[in-house]
Design a protein around this ligand. Structure first.
Ligand SMILES: [Ca+2]
Ligand SMILES: [Ca+2]
Length: 201
C-alpha cells in the first residue's frame, strides 16, 4: 500500500469512532382512554368501554429529542379488564396488532375477565422503522373477533423503550478522549503524509 493511502486510512480510522459513537436515550408515550373522566378521590381507573366486537384502535406518537438514529428496544403496557373468558378458561384473548402497510400480530392480552390487569408486550425488532426523522407514529389495534360477546375496558397504553442518538447531538458526552491505539494510528497517518510530501518534493 502506498504511504499516501496508508495516511488517509489512518485518518479515516481516527474519524470513524467519533461519528459512530452514540448515546442510549429513553422514550415513552401514554395513550390514556377517558383521561378527563371524573373519578375524584376514588383512585379508580378512567377507562373506555368497547362493547362486543369493537376493534379499538389508537396511535402512539413519539418525538425523539435528541433525534434518533435507530430504535433499540420497545414494549407496550396496556391496562385492561373484561378480556375474554370461556367456561372459566381464558381461551379467547383479544389479539394485538400493529397497523402499517399490513397487520402484524404482536401478542395476546392476558386474561382480565375478573378485574383489571396489566399486560406487557414486547414490540418485535422487525417492526422498528428506519429513523431518518425525529418522530415515530405507531398505530395499534385490538382484534376483538375472538371474544365477540365480551366487552373490554381500556384504561391506558404506554409505549416505551430506548433508542440510539448521535453523541455529538446528545451533548452529554461531547468530550471524546482518543484511545492510545487511535493516537498511534494518527501518528502513523501523519508519518505517511510526511513521507508522501517528501517524495513529492
Ligand atoms: Ca369483545
Ligand atoms: Ca384512562
Amino acid at each position: 500500500m502506498k504511504s499516501r493511502n496508508l495516511g488517509l486510512l489512518a485518518v479515516g480510522l481516527l474519524v470513524g469512532p467519533v461519528t459512530a459513537s452514540a448515546v442510549t436515550m429513553p422514550f415513552s408515550h401514554t395513550f390514556d382512554w377517558a383521561a378527563t373522566a371524573a373519578n375524584p378521590g376514588t383512585g379508580a381507573p378512567s377507562y373506555s368501554t368497547f362493547k362486543d366486537i369493537a376493534w379499538p384502535s389508537w396511535t402512539h406518537d413519539i418525538t425523539f429529542s435528541p433525534p434518533a438514529t435507530s430504535i433499540l428496544t420497545a414494549a407496550l403496557d396496556i391496562r385492561h379488564s373484561g378480556n375474554g373468558k370461556q367456561g372459566g378458561n381464558c381461551t379467547s384473548n383479544e389479539l394485538w396488532f400493529v397497523q402499517s402497510t399490513s397487520l402484524t400480530k404482536i401478542g395476546d392480552l392476558s386474561c382480565s375477565a375478573e378485574g383489571w390487569a396489566l399486560s406487557t408486550l414486547v414490540i418485535p425488532v422487525s417492526l422498528f422503522p428506519v429513523m431518518p426523522t425525529s418522530a415515530w407514529s405507531l398505530v395499534l389495534r385490538l382484534d376483538d373477533s375472538k371474544s365477540p360477546k365480551n366487552d373490554i375496558h381500556l384504561d391506558y397504553a404506554r409505549l416505551y423503550g430506548t433508542y440510539d442518538s448521535p453523541t455529538i447531538l446528545g451533548g452529554a458526552s461531547a468530550t471524546i478522549v482518543p484511545e492510545p491505539g487511535t493516537l498511534a494510528l494518527l501518528g502513523l497517518g501523519l508519518i505517511g503524509l510526511g513521507v508522501t510530501r517528501r517524495k513529492a518534493a
